[in-house]
Design a protein around this ligand. Structure first.
Ligand SMILES: [Zn+2]
Length: 389
């Protein structure tokens, strides 16, 4: 047995522990970091100094500190440094700026209709990013990009994006980095959402969970033993392109009757639009349902049923402790999420379902984009190490 301890690895483990404590419990004193991390005072001090130097942590006064000598707290850097999150999506792209804690002001977000050409997409995104970078007055550590479709994680290139074909064969991370002069990291949108839920959402601190995204497309992010399952090239999680109706509608991937053509917010929007003979997005569809101005209960019920089939597949295949479902269509009517749970009881294997907590996801795609860069910065500084279970 090899009992040699590599001091480099040990040091990284300590950095990681300090980051995780601050990530999970928020700003706190050095004494609290030491207590929660279970690491000795000199070791915590060394790790904290190193993280302060790297720019990932900052020291400041506690919020709401009483009069007298203000308490000093450590926190993930949010004033001295910023990160940007860019969401590339089928219709609307958006960009936000945050600290490493992932919080951002909605009013500062930039949005623009997705341009029809790749060059215009990159130019527009770069222009918005430059404005946010200059406006923040802080150092920008990098940009996280949330993108739909298959992305080759080795090259950062989009390979096939059924809902955003302009990125096929393109590397927006590389092209934006060349324009902005900061690191830009692309993440598949469902993987990005999964990271966001783990950092800031309903799965905070969990190491085994799955995130099913049924908004524009249908994709899956799975965290297993604290690691995101990406597959050999980064293409894992494309549950949406499983055939559910061989004679169904042609999907953006070229196949027929894919799950994402029937089980998503966009499927609901399309079907209601066809029924009413006018184009509606999911916001418009939700408004119509809530105001009782559309009678399409069967259309809504079928979406929930297909979504239950997708969720059952995730539960049966991956046995997650928690499954988060990201979809807007639940807002169309009260009780739809309960309806999903009810249908899942029939669709999923009972022991696997009994082991799984099912919740509505909290994180947005913007948080997903931010999580992509925050996770990257943390992994670059203090990678999570794989230990035998
Ligand atoms: Zn497909």
């Amino acid at each position: 047995m090899n009992t040699t301890v590599n001091p480099g690895l040990l040091g990284r483990l300590n950095l990681r522990r300090v980051l995780e404590v601050l990530q999970q419990h928020g700003p706190q004193s050095r004494a609290d970091v030491m207590r929660r991390s279970g690491v000795s005072a000199p070791t915590v001090s060394k790790a904290v100094d190193s993280l302060l130097k790297s720019g990932l942590l900052e020291e400041g006064e506690a919020a709401g500190a009483a009069l007298g000598r203000p308490a000093r707290v450590l926190r993930l850097a949010s004033k001295s440094v910023r990160v940007l999150g860019l969401v590339l999506d089928a219709r609307i792209c958006s960009l936000v700026s945050s600290g490493l804690d992932g919080t951002f002001e909605e009013r500062d977000a930039r949005t623009f209709p997705t341009p029809g050409s790749y060059r215009r997409l990159i130019d527009r995104a770069a222009r918005c990013a430059s404005e946010l970078m200059v406006g923040s007055g802080a150092q920008t550590l990098g940009v996280g990009i949330s993108m739909p479709g298959l992305i080759d994680r080795r090259s950062g290139e989009g390979v096939l994006s059924p809902n955003l074909h302009v990125t096929d064969g393109r590397a927006p991370g590389r092209d934006l980095a060349a324009k902005l002069g900061v690191e830009c990291v692309v993440r598949q949108e469902s993987h990005a959402l999964c990271l966001a839920e783990g950092l800031w959402g309903a799965a905070k601190g969990l190491s085994d969970f799955a995130m099913l995204d049924a908004s524009t497309g249908l994709g899956l992010g799975v965290m297993s033993g604290g690691r995101l399952l990406e597959g050999a090239a980064g293409f894992a999680g494309e549950l949406g392109h499983l055939t559910i109706d061989p004679k169904g509608r042609t999907c953006g991937c070229g196949n027929n009757g894919c799950l994402e053509t029937v089980a998503t917010d966009s499927a609901l929007s399309r079907l209601v639009s066809e029924r009413l003979r006018r184009t509606l997005d999911i916001d418009g569809v939700i408004r119509l349902f809530r105001s009782g101005k559309v009678h399409a209960q069967d259309t809504l019920d079928q979406r929930v049923d297909y979504l239950a089939i997708a969720a059952a597949a995730v539960i049966n295949v991956f046995n997650p402790s928690t499954l988060l479902v990201h979809a807007r269509l639940f807002e169309a009517q009260d009780g739809l999420f309960a309806q999903l749970l009810d249908r899942l009881a029939r669709r999923a294997l009972r022991p696997s379902l009994a082991d799984c907590r099912i919740l509505q996801a909290r994180a947005s795609k913007r948080q997903g984009a931010l999580a992509g860069i925050v996770h990257h910065l943390m992994e670059s500084t203090a990678p999570r190490l794989a230990w035998p279970q």
